[in-house]
Design a protein around this ligand. Sequence first.
Ligand SMILES: NC(=O)c1ccc[n+]([C@@H]2O[C@H](COP(=O)([O-])OP(=O)(O)OC[C@H]3O[C@@H](n4cnc5c(N)ncnc54)[C@H](O)[C@@H]3O)[C@@H](O)[C@H]2O)c1
Length: 360
Amino acid sequence: MYINFNPNDIIHTDEIISELKVYLTENETKQIFIITDKNCLKLCYPLIKSIFPETQSVFSIETGEVYKTLETVTKIWDFLFEKRADRNSLIINIGGGIVSDIGGFSASTFKRGISFINIPTTLLAQVDASVGGKTGINYNGLKNQIGTLIMPDKVFISTEFLETLNSDEILSGFGEMIKHALIYNEKHFYELINYIKNEFSEKKIINLAPLINKSVNIKIHFVKNDVTENGMRMILNFGHTFGHAFESYFFSKNKSVKHGIAVIYGIICELWLSVKYLNFDKGKFTKITGELLDIYPRLVIPENEFNLIFGYMQYDKKNKNNTIQSVLLKDVEFPVIQRIIEENDVYESLRILNSLSKRK
Ligand SMILES: NC(=O)c1ccc[n+]([C@@H]2O[C@H](COP(=O)([O-])OP(=O)(O)OC[C@H]3O[C@@H](n4cnc5c(N)ncnc54)[C@H](O)[C@@H]3O)[C@@H](O)[C@H]2O)c1
């Protein structure tokens, strides 16, 4: 376990079994514990089960954000104590972002930290959550308020797992990929839009590996020299100041919006503020938001609830001295960190999102 980021620890493969076998042989002295969730236990673990002994210790958590809590972490710790895990043990997280966040957090705190690897099984976890070392849980109804920053020993990324994902999960993953493209590679943005409109609409998960690879490389670019997020890594928060507030808003209503889909609505709001403050081209704004709302469901927030969104933004982890920070774009590929967002900016952006969503 360590905090330095080594991009070579991220392994893209279409033969997960053989890659894992090699890794496990190199780590054969380690006692292994698998953390997964109820869905992945049925749909993902069977794809690699054959390389583990029949008696393999597996702990599966309930699915959903409401279980990304300290209570679930204590259940994982109890399981590890009961099975006599020690500091030489290895945790393998198999699942989406919730499993990698909570499994990584449990591993990084158990006996002051034991090794873990991630096998991400959602598109979102493959391009984002499993990479970069952030772990965490929700606290007091707010997202990811408690956590650690520690690198997994390895991340194995394979599209083999993605066939069983529903379209909402795929669109959520694309949300983060679109964010990566907008902050770093405009051509890649249109590549993604074309893929979603043409190939994904036919429900095919083919040819996705090169796009995942590109997206992960963009994340690596922003993380590798700024693991602790003092500068460049903050750019990855584009779309997230509003995005996290949308998630908390839906969470409080016992409804849920997928993380990457909330980020898309966040991108629309933050692009509007980019037009307002940084002269982001209005035509480009219309084109990009049009493409996004062609693909993603429309979202209308009632005007009398705008204050709730603003309220959640005041708890954002990126805030400094009680002011709300965000990432805006001068242009696609030209992000700027730390514009201060005022209450009226939030309301104006939400009005724009509403009016775009109401358009035919
Ligand atoms: N640590 C980070 O850097 C980081 C970055 C982005 C998001 N996140 C976190 O990630 C979480 C969201 O991750 P997510 O979108 O992967 O959600 P998730 O982990 O809840 O997975 C989504 C759903 O898909 C199911 N699933 C997983 N793999 C499957 C498969 N192959 N086939 C069928 N079903 C499958 C899961 O059981 C779950 O029901 C959020 O909690 C978010 O805060 C963390």
